[in-house]
Design a protein around this ligand. Structure first.
Ligand code: ATP
Ligand code: MG
Length: 582
C-alpha cells in the first residue's frame, strides 16, 4: 500500500529502534503468560502436591517477570514515542518546505483550513499510528498467539471449544467498529464545520459587528455545536449498545471454560491447576478479538490522514525553474511582452498583449476594475506563466531565468497588502533582514512613512497586529511600499499602492520616488489620474486588451476612455486646464 510505503520511508532511519521496541513488546507479552502459569503450578504442585519448597522460587519468578515486564513496557513505549516524534518532525518539516515551493495556482485552489488540518490533525493521526497503533496491533497478535499456544499445550480440546466460541466476540467487535466508522467520519466532518464557523467568525469579526449580526453568528455556531454533540451522542449510543454484548460474550467465554473445564477436571482429563491457567489467560483470547475492530478502524483513520498529507506533499508547482536557469543580476535593457495571452481557468483575462518598456521608464496602467492589470504584473513576476506569447527581459525569456533571481530584481508592492505580526522595522526589512536602521529609515522616508512611524510611541519597534491591524489603510500601504523599496530593485511594481493615501501625500511620494529611483523601471497601476499622469507611458487596459496608450496630454487629446476618467475625476478638461490643475 502506497501510504504505508510513504510512512515507512520516514520510519526507515529508525528501523533498528523500532525492531528493538517490537522485540521488547514480544518479551513483555510473553511475560504476561507467567502469572497465570505460576498460579496453575501453585494450585497443582504447591497446594495439591504439597511441594511447599517450590513457593519461594515461584514468588521470585513472578517478581522478576513483573519487573522485567514493567521495564520492557517503559522502554518500548519511550522508543515508539521518540520514533514517532522524530517521524512527524521530519514530516511536518517536509510538508512546510513543500508549501514554500508551491505557487499561486496551488494557493488559489486550496483552503487555508485544509492546509492547517494537514499540518495539525492529520500529522497527529500519523504520530498516533507510529506511536500507538503499530505496537497495539503487534501486541494483540502476539498475545493471541502466545495464549493459544499455551492453551493448546495444556489442553487441546478445551482450547478448540473456546476457539469455536471466541469468533462470536470478534463478530460483535467487528460490527461495532464498522458501525462506528461512518460515525467517526461524521464526527470529524462536523468538527471541521464547527472549526470553520469559528475561524470565519474570528477573521470576519469586524464585518459581523458592522452588520450587527452577533445573534445570527451565535445561532450559526449553536447549530454546528449541536450537530457536533449529536454526532458524538450517536456514536456513544452505538458503543453503549455493543459494549454490554461484548462484555457478556467475554463472560460467556469464561462460563464455557468453567463448564467444559469443570467437566474435564471432574473426569480427571485435566487438573485444577490447568483450569486455573486457562482462567488466567482467557482474557488473552477475548481481548484481541474485541480490539480487532477498533484497531482496523484506527489503521484506516491513520491511512486516510497519511494519504491526505502525502497528497499535499506530492503537489508540484506549475512554475518551475528551467534546467539551465540564467541568473541575471540587474536589468539594464528592455522588458518586452510579446503577444501575451493568459487565462486563469478557461476565461481569457489577457489577450495578445504587446508592450515594450525601456530601462528607467515609468509605465502606468489604468483601466476598469477586473480588466487584468494585476494579472499583467503577476505574469512579469512569474507568479503565473502566460498561456501564449512570451515575456523577455534583456532579450531573455523569463521562463529561462532563475525564479529567485528574477524576483530579486523585481520588487512588488502588492494590491492585497499583507503585513506580518512583527515590528514595523521587521516588516520593512522582510526582504533584507540584514538592512541597517539607517537604510530602513531611508526607504520609510521615501515612502512618506517615517513621519507617522516616528510619532508612534514605540516607533519602528511598534508591533503591528495580525495582517497589520492597528494601522490605517494608507499607513499599511506606505509600509508595504517601503518594504518593496528596501531591496533596491531594478524594476519596481506599485499595484494600487497609493490608492488609500490622500493626493497631497501621493504627490510627495511620487516626487521623492522620482528623485531617488529615476533610473529604475517602474510600473504604476492605479485608478486615479493623479497617480499616472506623469508617467512616461500610460496604457489603458480594458477587458484584457490595451485600448489606448501614450502620454497624458496625448490621451486627453484622444478623448477616449482616459479622457472620460479624467473628466469624471476632475470635471471638464477646459475648466480644469484654465484653473491650472494640469
Ligand atoms: N486567482 C484567480 N483565479 C481566477 N480568476 C482570477 C484570479 N485572479 C483574478 N481573476 C480574474 O481575472 C480578471 C482580472 O483580474 P485582475 O486582478 O488582474 O484585475 P485588475 O485589473 O487588477 O482589477 P482591480 O482594478 O480591481 O485591481 C478578473 O475577472 C478576475 O475575476
Ligand atoms: Mg488589481
Amino acid at each position: 500500500m502506497q501510504e504505508m510505503k510513504w510512512i515507512w520511508q520516514y520510519v526507515k532511519p529508525y528501523r533498528y529502534r523500532m525492531g528493538i521496541a517490537l522485540l521488547l513488546v514480544l518479551i513483555a507479552t510473553g511475560l504476561n503468560m507467567v502469572n497465570p502459569y505460576v498460579s496453575g503450578i501453585v494450585v497443582d504442585d504447591v497446594i495439591r502436591g504439597q511441594k511447599k519448597e517450590l513457593l519461594l522460587s515461584l514468588i521470585i519468578i513472578t517478581i522478576v517477570a513483573t519487573l522485567i515486564k514493567s521495564i520492557a513496557r517503559y522502554v518500548f513505549k519511550m522508543l515508539f514515542e521518540s520514533v514517532s516524534q522524530k517521524v512527524i518532525f521530519k514530516m511536518r518539516d517536509d510538508v512546510y518546505v513543500r508549501l514554500q515551493k508551491l505557487d499561486f495556482h496551488f494557493f488559489d485552489n486550496t483552503k487555508t483550513g485544509d492546509i492547517m488540518t494537514r499540518m495539525t490533525g492529520d500529522i497527529q493521526a500519523v504520530r498516533h499510528f507510529v506511536a500507538g497503533v503499530i505496537f497495539m496491533v503487534f501486541e494483540n497478535l502476539v498475545t493471541l498467539i502466545f495464549a493459544v499456544t499455551m492453551m493448546m499445550w495444556i489442553n487441546i480440546t478445551l482450547t478448540l471449544v473456546l476457539l469455536a466460541v471466541a469468533p462470536i466476540t470478534g463478530f460483535f467487535g467487528w460490527r461495532l467498529a464498522s458501525g462506528v466508522k461512518p460515525m467517526f467520519a461524521a464526527i470529524r466532518d462536523q468538527f471541521a464545520k464547527l472549526n470553520s464557523v469559528v475561524q470565519e467568525n474570528i477573521s470576519g469579526n469586524r464585518v459581523v459587528k458592522a452588520f450587527a449580526k452577533e445573534a445570527y453568528e451565535i445561532e450559526k455556531f449553536q447549530k454546528e455545536n449541536e450537530g457536533f454533540r449529536e454526532r458524538n451522542l450517536e456514536a456513544a449510543k452505538l458503543w453503549g449498545k455493543y459494549l454490554p454484548i461484548l462484555e457478556t460474550m467475554s463472560g460467556f467465554l469464561f462460563v464455557i471454560m468453567l463448564l467444559v473445564g469443570g467437566v474435564m477436571v471432574y473426569y480427571s482429563t485435566m487438573t485444577i491447576g490447568e483450569l486455573v491457567i486457562f482462567g488466567g489467560v482467557i482474557w488473552a483470547l477475548s481481548n484481541p478479538m474485541r480490539m480487532a475492530g477498533w484497531l482496523i478502524n484506527d489503521v484506516q483513520r491513520s491511512i486516510a490522514s497519511a494519504s491526505k498529507i502525502m497528497n499535499l506533499q506530492q503537489q508540484q508547482p506549475q512554475i518551475k525553474n528551467s534546467k539551465q536557469a540564467i541568473k541575471k543580476r540587474t536589468v539594464s535593457e528592455r522588458i518586452v511582452f510579446k503577444n501575451v495571452s493568459f487565462k486563469y481557468e478557461n476565461e481569457a483575462v489577457l489577450e495578445d498583449i504587446t508592450l515594450c518598456v525601456n530601462p528607467g521608464e515609468t509605465v502606468a496602467i489604468i483601466g476598469p476594475t477586473g480588466s487584468g492589470k494585476t494579472t499583467l504584473v503577476n505574469l512579469l513576476c512569474r507568479f503565473y506563466d502566460c498561456t501564449k506569447g512570451s515575456i523577455e527581459i534583456d532579450g531573455v525569456d523569463i521562463r529561462q531565468m532563475d525564479i529567485q533571481k528574477l524576483r530579486q530584481i523585481i520588487s512588488v508592492a502588492m494590491q492585497d497588502i499583507f503585513l506580518f505580526s512583527d515590528t514595523i522595522e521587521g516588516n520593512i526589512a522582510y526582504g533584507m533582514p540584514a538592512a541597517s536602521m539607517e537604510q530602513i529609515k531611508k526607504v520609510a522616508t521615501i515612502a512618506d512613512a517615517h513621519h507617522f512611524i516616528s510619532n508612534l510611541p514605540e516607533g519602528y519597534d511598534t508591533i503591528v497586529g495580525e495582517r497589520g491591524v492597528g494601522l490605517s489603510g494608507g499607513q499599511k500601504q506606505r509600509i508595504a511600499l517601503a518594504r518593496a523599496l528596501m531591496s533596491n530593485p531594478s524594476v519596481l511594481i506599485l499595484d494600487d499602492t497609493t490608492s488609500s493615501v490622500d493626493m497631497q501625500t501621493e504627490h510627495t511620494i511620487f516626487k521623492t520616488l522620482k528623485q531617488y529611483y529615476k533610473d529604475k523601471t517602474t510600473f504604476i497601476i492605479a485608478h486615479r489620474i493623479s497617480s499616472v499622469k506623469d508617467a512616461d507611458k500610460i496604457l489603458v487596459l480594458k477587458e484584457g486588451k490595451f485600448i489606448e496608450q501614450g502620454k497624458h496630454h496625448e490621451l486627453i487629446a484622444q478623448k477616449g476612455y482616459y479622457y472620460n476618467v479624467f473628466v469624471n475625476q476632475f470635471g471638464d478638461f477646459d475648466s480644469v486646464y484654465a484653473k491650472g490643475v494640469v
